[in-house]
Design a protein around this ligand. Sequence first.
Ligand code: ATP
Ligand code: MG
Length: 569
Amino acid sequence: MTQENTNQTAGPERLDFIRQIVADDCKTGKWDGRVLTRFPPEPNGYLHIGHAKSICLNFGIAAEFGGRCNLRFDDTNPCKEEQEYVDSIIHDVRWLGWEFGEKTLFGSDYFEQMYLWAVDLIQKGKAYVCDLTAEETRQYRGTLTQPGKDSPFRNRSVEENLDLFSRMRAGEFGDGTRTLKAKIDMAHPNINMRDPVMYRILHAAHHRTGDDWCIYPMYDWAHGLEDSIEGITHSICTLEFENHRPLYDWFLDALGIYHPQQIEFARLNLTYTVMSKRKLLRLVQDKFVRGWDDPRMPTLGGLRRRGYSPEAIRSFCKIISVNKFNSTVDFALLEHCLREDLNRTSPRVMAVLRPLKVVLTNYPDDQVEWMEAVNNPEDPAAGTRNVPFSKVLYIEQDDFMEEPPKKFFRLAPGREVRLRYAYFIRCDEVIKDADGNIVELRCTYDPATRGGDAPDGRKVKATLHWVADAHALDAEVRLYDHLFTKEDPEAVEEGKDFTDHLNTDSLQTLTGCKIEPSLKDTAPLDRCQFERMGYFCTDPDSTANKLVFNRTATLKDTWAKIQKKEKSS
Ligand code: ATP
Ligand code: MG
């Protein structure tokens, strides 16, 4: 999807409150009809599904209203930022399907202009150099119920401030010895307005500006300036910045420069996962997962490797919409959107994950027949393929029971079932090893039932998937479950940490799985449905000699079930 007008909101759908503001502004000509949004990640980690909400909102609005959206790195903190993150973020935004032109923007490109504006505020008597330590600054700030105290350095002369600030920049002072603060109001009811720090001294190399700077702007100071420089119209951010909006406005008004409108919305929270970059980093560093793109991670890289499609994620973001109240979205809704997309688009193949050998005693030893199989019943254009059928086959261990309970309709001794696209087979004999484990079934097939029903009209109650030993591919299959056992792993619990709720069974690796030969040339991230077993994708670890698949999702749509229940009650 590019930024042309896709008009996703046409029709009876109601606009969310942000789109309503944008629509009204376009009508009144507030920004001369311009719409320019931005997505401003800090390059200190990988993007996750929460960021996708913000990306789809900002890029989506730009596309729908004929505007543009900037990808801008908010890289004002040299310590935690790296080029690796910049590259991955660009890749992820493009993968989600959004275009931002040739140029990515960086907050650090504006450092010189920010510095000049800081000098301007000093000259206007609205900023001062303060020698309080970080700890003293905290004490002077007061609390929610108590006003703060003026810093003893608050009334330095403009000349002294200009001199000290230029010497801060020149590197004369040590880290943390001085700050530049805005002179607002130490008794302000909003703590963010109590002379907030604008610059701190930090002798640290920056991933783009190197050693050019030893003073770095604070987020609140930098962010509005970045928006202003770019001519952003709607600066959309998450709710925790609502209390910072007065400061955003104060800086831009004090400077008298172009002033975008900040609008806040509730961030996305999902059940059974954590979203803070700090916690995700911890999962990676402490090796609870294999990396940022571990298929269990809520990062876009993890979801991609798991087999999520960008379409599914965009559709999820559209459905959850935006509002002003913090809430937690059920992971099952994300999976529901995923299944809706994969059901439409995934080619079907047959794979047996836990094989049980079946020998057809009445089938010719060396015969191989090629059976026509439908690639995607949801998409006639996907056509058909041929799968081999032979005397030795595999079915799922779960599809056979020696002593079936009442509701088990699949294969059992003496019982007949259909093998999909092939024949009816009947189980005649169960072969066990010395320990009593079932290792093989001896069955007979009915040649008259090829690809259809029995001519005599007899019925079977189950159709099983299977893979013929002839031409079968061996594979490793990785099954995933939620990373956490608790819906809200971040809920604070006495003496516990979110890692205490990690699901120790979140990864199960199956080897010796049997796959039909049509997947011989599968490439990393190819998606398919293993009939009856779920949606899968080829893992990047997969090679021609060793195929590896990830289970993206099972077929069971718990969300659709919940909805059905709610409707009927
Ligand atoms: P941190 O975890 O360090 O607080 P962050 O998740 O806010 O960082 P940023 O790089 O600052 O990461 O985020 C870029 C943009 O994505 C911001 O505008 C932020 O509001 C938005 N964003 C981050 N997390 C979510 C979320 N869970 N839901 C919606 N938007 C989010
Ligand atoms: Mg942030």
